[in-house]
Design a protein around this ligand. Structure first.
Ligand code: ZN
Length: 86
């Protein structure tokens, strides 16, 4: 999946801010049949999805899976989510 496909697919996902955890800000991202968790810190982003687990070590930096893009949409208010209260 190329980056534009991921960005498009991310628009159909629902991201929610859960709270702060030891490693950063925790988000929950829901699609039709799965729930994933994304952590964002000042150094990296991480997700617990299969894509991330399989591909992160070949990525040059943090892998940006669809769930990470969904969180970025939420944070930037681009998906109708509005601003996040942190
Ligand atoms: Zn993911």
């Amino acid at each position: 999946m190329d980056v534009w496909e991921k960005i498009k697919e991310a628009q159909g996902l629902e991201a929610h801010f859960v709270g702060e955890c030891d490693s950063g800000l925790l988000f929950r991202v829901e699609s039709d049949d799965t729930v994933c968790h994304v952590v964002i810190s000042d150094r990296l982003v991480q997700c617990d999805c299969v894509d991330y687990q399989e591909e992160w070590y070949t990525a040059e930096g943090s892998l940006l899976c669809v769930h990470v893009w969904a969180v970025l949409y939420l944070l930037l208010g681009l998906n109708g989510g509005g601003a996040v209260e942190v």
